[in-house]
Design a protein around this ligand. Structure first.
Ligand code: HEC
Length: 155
């Protein structure tokens, strides 16, 4: 009897832990920002990491538009490849854990689209098609910035 009680206690404890992790995965660590957006709370280092990645993204988007304007498909392929490699880079698990599910979805979506941009550029070699894809990709930038902010945790 005693053993069964101990077993149940362990099962319940594990269940609480699993539910806790699941809840954290869905909600992330967030506050409501003064402007109404959702503020994701990160450490200073994590926030700087994300913002540095973001500035890199903006620069790559400019380079893609420039390459398409010059009808230079080889340059488009080169930049698109960099973007797919970026997304494979060391993803910080601690940051992912703090972002809500909808943020993770937008982030996964944009990385999938970078992959398509690269694959299509290689097979179709059509700068107009790539430019159209860049404009669709940028809808993710707009959607995410409209919904989220990054703030530093107090510590
Ligand atoms: C999944 C969400 C998400 C996506 C997708 C996303 N961003 Fe961001 N980005 C953010 C957040 C959150 C911030 C911080 C905004 C704030 O705190 O006001 C940010 C900030 C930035 C900044 C400011 C960097 C700084 O130093 O302050 C730039 C530039 C930027 N993003 C570019 C882009 C571009 C270009 C794209 C699309 C190719 C993109 N982002 C896609 C979430 C995203």
């Amino acid at each position: 009897m005693k053993n069964i009680k101990v077993l149940w206690s362990i099962i319940i404890l594990l269940l609480v832990i699993v539910l806790g992790i699941g809840y954290q995965f869905v909600t992330g660590s967030v506050l409501t920002a003064k402007d109404g957006r959702t503020a994701i709370v990160l450490t200073k280092g994590e926030r700087n990491f994300v913002l540095t990645e973001m500035r890199g993204l903006l620069s790559h988007m400019q380079q893609l538009v420039s390459a398409a304007a010059d009808k230079d498909i080889d340059r488009t392929i080169k930049i698109a490849k960099l973007l797919t490699e970026d997304s494979k880079g060391e993803t910080q698990v601690s940051i992912i854990a703090k972002t809500p599910l909808a943020f993770k979805k937008l982030s996964t979506n944009i990385h999938t689209q970078f992959g398509e941009l690269y694959a299509d550029a290689v097979t179709k070699r059509d700068p107009d098609h790539s430019l159209k894809q860049v404009s669709i990709i940028m809808q993710n930038c707009i959607a995410c910035h409209g919904a989220y902010q990054l703030v530093e945790s107090a510590k």
